[in-house]
Ligand binder design. Sequence first.
Ligand SMILES: *Cc1c(COP(=O)(O)O)cnc(C)c1O
Length: 354
Amino acid sequence: MVETESISITRIEQSRLSKTNLNNLPFGKVFTDHMFMADYRDGQWKNSRIVPYGKIQISPATPALHYGQSIFEGMKAYRAADGKALVFRAADNWKRMNISAERMCMPVVPEDLFMDALSTLIDLDRNWIPTQEGSSLYIRPFMFSADEFIGIRPSLDFTFMILLSPTGPYYSTPVKVKIETHYTRAVEGGTGFAKAGGNYGGAIYPAKLAQDEGYHQLIWTDGKTHEYVEESGTMNLMFVINNTLITPALSDSILAGITRQSVIDLARHWGMQVEERKISIIELVAALKQGRVQEAFGAGTAATIAHIELIGYEDEKFQLPPIESRTFSNRVLNELENIKRGNIQPPFNWISKI
Ligand SMILES: *Cc1c(COP(=O)(O)O)cnc(C)c1O
């Protein structure tokens, strides 16, 4: 038990685990027995505590509700054969949370607070990690401003929390995506590089319009010219053209995905050519027309790799090569899944054991 002195723990009276079917889990609807909370008051993080999962009390005047001053992270833990929980690249999620915090004028979460909270909570609820092949424990750290004040100014009070949600196997079904050239997710100078609540609220409507047309997701383009591809839904976008892995370079309108970085790291480790650069729609559509796009996929924590089977642009639809032919994305998906589940040793220091 890695109980940290500074975290007070109030255990649930009766675990809900025996009443939960861990073999049939929808994404994001089932939560474990406990959750972590800490308050930022008078310039300091205080009152670190683990309490039974449940409703929380907030002021109706909290700026998080009115102005979207909230940020979040998403990561996963897996159960290893020896019963240990394996967490993938947690330090990178901690770093990214603080990048988001800075942009949203929120306090940073110190590394030991983040990591102690994570490991104590996972340790307490470790029996909730599903064992079924392909399932995992989704981890949702988040922070919101908690002032009781509806003026717009940098907030003083904040709440940091972590929820754990067991989630079933995510079948990586191929997706149909539409290149969006009207609506914008993020602009230069905006908050696209931060995992900030408002970025996602604003993306629901354009995504719904595309879903009404039979697509699963959008390919966002840059907000200024709509000439360059950026991301797909909540995944980074990657292509294999001429046996080279090509992905949009990071910018302040692109979220720096940890899956994206892991795919790049493995590709380079395997000696593959990798280009992080701007990709124009003109270049992409020309390559699609000439049948030169060997692979296209989204990279993100939820699916790890989501193969793209079709790309829509204006009135045209481009069908991509069959999934079985995609040597790189299938290999990288397999490798990442095996690394996350502890089946193989990663070439990098990516796994923490709890
Ligand atoms: C979270 C997210 C990603 C993927 O990041 P991962 O760390 O790989 O999960 C990509 N794009 C957006 C907009 C995101 O919110």
